[in-house]
Design a protein around this ligand. Sequence first.
Ligand code: PLP
Length: 377
Amino acid sequence: MIYLDNAATTRPCRESVEAVMQGLEQFGNPSSLHGLGLRAEQLREKAREQVAHALGALPEEIFFTSCATESSNTAIFGVSKSVGKRKKRIITTSVEHPSVAVCINTLEEQGFEVIRLRPDENGEISADDIISAVDDNTCLVSCMLVNNETGTVFPVGAAFKAIKKNFPQTITHCDCVQGFLKRSVRVKDLSADIISLSAHKIHGPKGIGAIFIRKGVHIPAFILGGGQEKGFRSGTESVPLIMGFGAACEKYSGAIAERYAKMSELKKYFCELCQKADGVFVNSREDASPYIVSISVKGLKSEPLLHFLEQREIYVSSGSACSKGKKSTVISEFHVPSELADSVLRISFSGENTREDIDALMAAISEAQNTLAKLRK
Ligand code: PLP
């Protein structure tokens, strides 16, 4: 099995699985006053420290959620109810993940003015573009760090730093799901007030995410009830999943640069093979995250190709997993020509991948070009 769909989800690492199992056995409710509850609380707090450490944050700035989608919903609707009462302008990009984009669309329907910055002909959005869109009436700037379909990296740190200096009341939010632990993501470098994270993209379990909220920034709770997570996110915490998240953070917060270098090598090797192959085009920028490479195989539609590869036990994605079956608008925002937009495959790596995986993928693509193209004639 060759798994090249790591931007959709990653295989949980052994440490994370063991931590989840330990959490299941230590089954106490962290809100219980007896010893079993206390033990669960201690395990939850250890995991909070692990996540905070991986982000360069304080433990009290980390709140556990069910996923990054919940974190971004909490951030965006929360800001709309706090600063958004007085300031009605939101700045974002036209290539955000639906977990951000759909929330902002909803606020637009409710009367917020939304500015969606679009990548230029090189697929870039500059820090200046983001900074100059912000004015005194802006409540929120939400910009992802790494795009999930092309791996494009946006200059979030530079933009947010200037925005916080000029407009300290404007809240800056960053969806760091595809960047966290794949490149150095530190709260001090990012100048983000709020950050969304997900465990299952970093070899942790599904169903657990986190929201970082900078100390001193206040947004209302999104899920109300028993007052867990200091009243910010009610509902009995999933201590096993939280522990699995913590263990993955601990494992992958080291050697980020080494893994990045390995991925860059792999991406370079892959892109060189694509260049040599007939009809295979790389859509991602050279300076994009090496973990995600978007390609198009001219003349072959993404979905049949994906299934052809699957029959050879090679797993990739067409666009992003969240745009299942639908043509991705994000790909056209990145100026992929329309004749290639139906033929996009997203290849996404993890530290487990090798050159042999890429050789097998290229051989299978070539086979598909011969077989599928003939079938269509
Ligand atoms: N943001 C980005 C950039 C993503 O790639 C994803 C998942 O694909 C999400 C948010 C949503 O993450 P979760 O599955 O934890 O809700």
